[in-house]
Design a protein around this ligand. Structure first.
Ligand code: 5GP
Length: 117
């Protein structure tokens, strides 16, 4: 994905450093640089540039499933699945999306505040 010049494209290509915590053929996960919870990990597709959730196509349903399952597997592996966690995808301006490469936030590590406006 040489033409992906987003920040996350550069992390996928190891052009800028990140603390990578999970990787398979389709998904890369790394710690958020500005964590909003004790655990804050970003799960991104490695091989496709999908700018926002609104750009997802039906043919990419399996890829979305892989992102979600990778996050669930990580939570089990790290031992906080039983206590619980939150998954968030921000889409565009009103959600505060800043990196236009689809990513799933995994937040955990204590009671999380309710979300809203
Ligand atoms: P968004 O707001 O687009 O949903 O999420 C982008 C996330 O990327 C933010 O939570 C932000 O803290 C994180 N982020 C921004 N720059 C970097 C970086 O250079 N490295 C890492 N690991 N995360 C970053």
């Amino acid at each position: 994905m040489a033409d992906n010049n987003t920040l996350f494209g550069k992390i996928i290509r190891r052009e800028i450093p990140a603390t990578i915590v999970y990787e398979d053929d389709d998904v890369l996960a790394f710690k958020d640089i500005a964590p909003q919870a004790p655990v804050h990990v970003l799960f991104v597709p490695k091989n496709e540039l999908i700018p926002t959730m609104d750009d997802l196509q039906p043919a990419q349903a399996a890829l979305v499933g892989k992102l979600v399952l990778a996050a669930a597997e990580y939570a089990r592996r790290e031992g906080f699945a039983q206590d619980g966690y939150r998954v968030v995808i921000n889409c565009r301006e009103h959600a505060g999306q800043t990196v236009f490469h689809l990513h799933l936030h995994l937040l955990a590590g204590g009671h999380l505040g309710r979300f809203g406006t």
